[in-house]
Write a protein that binds this ligand. Structure first.
Ligand SMILES: Cc1ncc(COP(=O)(O)O)c(C=O)c1O
Length: 407
């Protein structure tokens, strides 16, 4: 059941009518996010630039989440909050039911975000000066965490095999150093949109075992798989075998899927007691209590959010297909490899032959992420966030096509 606010005005009267009727969730609603302290929208405050950058969607969160937060606010007491039994159980049930991962309550380490958790993991598993391996282009905090923590980054580009992004095994073997301690894996991969197959993940795990690396597997996008085939679904790395699980730190959060990043609630699943203890020790004083509303949002999203998620995926699939068609027909200078997950498209803009393609489109009223932020391998690319009403996407693409036509 959805409720819509309909405002009708005539000369003398302003009538507000609430209409309650049954219909699917509406992802076409245009939201005014100005004046809400939105990172995404405030970047271009006062300028006519459509923000299509940071991974945050212009959709209302599931009604069940909104109701749960309202109920929690009604309680009126906001003291320090530990993980509730409800949150722990919701996370465990979700992992088992959706991802066939049977974890235990004591394996969960909660955090106000996965970016802090990535940084903590480097402090926990590599000494200052030791190296950390990742595959680029990749979510920028994977690249800044080693520098933040005075660890050395080894960035190995993924390779484009035809239209498919893959790990470059010879390059990985050549790049690894005797002091490499951690492999930072993004699965599914932001920004190239690959859902790594179980076989590819096995290869990653086997590589980590051979080189005695801790495998930090950031799986925040795992519920945003757009491909519908069963075999295309996400595999949680740690479920591949007990040996793999024992060297893996799985990073999870409901924030990307249910559009809750402002609630600051994430968790790591660490089955090995020694790895867990190292992580917890490294987190002392840095990760403190999680926001009370974060737990409430997680419980509501995991327990009641599935119908909303299914409709979200259908809507995102529509946006992705619209984007494919538009780029193919009207922006052929941009290349877009097929993507299987996330609402973040990775566009090859090298054909444009401009030094900073994001700046080029920003000047035309569209705020994209510059590919070079994702590592050297991303130079000349752009990331476009299509987690928005289709009308916004259409307008952004129209502006982009007009800008390209002008040159
Ligand atoms: C791969 C990946 N990890 C982590 C995050 C952010 O996590 P958090 O908001 O929990 O710090 C993002 C956000 O886009 C992401 O894409």
């Amino acid at each position: 059941m959805r409720r819509y606010l309909v405002a009708c005005a005539d000369d003398r009267l302003f009538v507000t009518v609430w209409i309650t009727f049954s219909m699917p969730f509406d992802f076409d609603i245009s939201l005014d996010r100005r004046h809400t302290g939105s990172l995404k929208w405030d970047k271009y405050k006062g300028r006519d630039i459509l923000p299509m950058w940071v991974a945050d969607m212009d959709f209302l969160s599931p009604p069940a989440v909104v109701e749960a937060l309202r109920a929690r606010a009604g309680n009126g007491v906001f003291g320090y909050t530990v993980p509730s039994e409800a949150a722990v159980q919701a996370a465990l049930d979700y992992l088992r039911a959706r991802h066939r991962y049977t974890a235990r309550a004591e394996w969960l380490v909660w955090s106000h975000g996965l970016v802090p958790a990535l940084n903590i993991a480097l402090r926990a598993y590599a000494a200052p000066g030791e190296s950390v391996l990742t595959c680029t282009p990749v979510y920028p905090p994977f690249l800044s965490a080693p520098a933040n923590q005075e660890r050395r980054l080894i960035a190995v580009p993924l390779r484009l095999n035809g239209a498919r992004w893959e790990f470059d095994w010879p390059a990985l073997e050549a790049a690894i150093a005797p002091d490499t301690r951690v492999f930072l894996l993004c699965s599914p991969h932001n920004p190239v949109g690959r859902v790594w197959s179980a076989e590819e993940l096995r290869q990653v795990a086997e590589f980590c075992a051979r080189h005695a690396l801790v495998l930090v597997s950031d799986e925040i996008h795992c519920d945003l798989v757009l491909d519908e085939a069963d075999e295309a679904d996400h595999t949680v790395t740690a479920t591949l075998s007990p040996e793999i699980e024992a060297r893996t730190v799985t990073m999870m959060a409901p924030s990307k899927t249910y559009n809750l990043p402002g609630l600051s609630c994430a968790y790591c699943v660490i089955s090995d007691p020694k790895l867990r203890e190292k992580f917890e020790r490294a987190a002392w004083g840095l990760i403190t209590e999680v926001n009370a509303f974060g737990y409430e949002g997680l419980v509501a999203a995991y327990r009641q959010g599935e119908p909303w998620r299914r409709e979200l995926l259908a809507y995102l699939r529509g946006n992705r297909d619209y984007l494919y068609d538009f780029v193919h027909s009207n922006l052929p200078v941009l290349k877009l490899a097929p993507m299987a997950a996330t609402y973040l498209a990775w566009l090859d803009a090298r054909g444009l032959e401009v030094e900073r393609p994001a700046q080029f489109f920003e000047d035309a009223g569209v705020g994209l992420s510059e590919g070079a932020w994702f590592g050297e391998a991303g130079r000349g690319f752009l990331r476009l966030n299509f987690g928005c009403p289709r009308a916004t996407l259409a307008e952004a693409l129209r502006r982009m096509a007009a800008a390209v036509r002008r040159v």
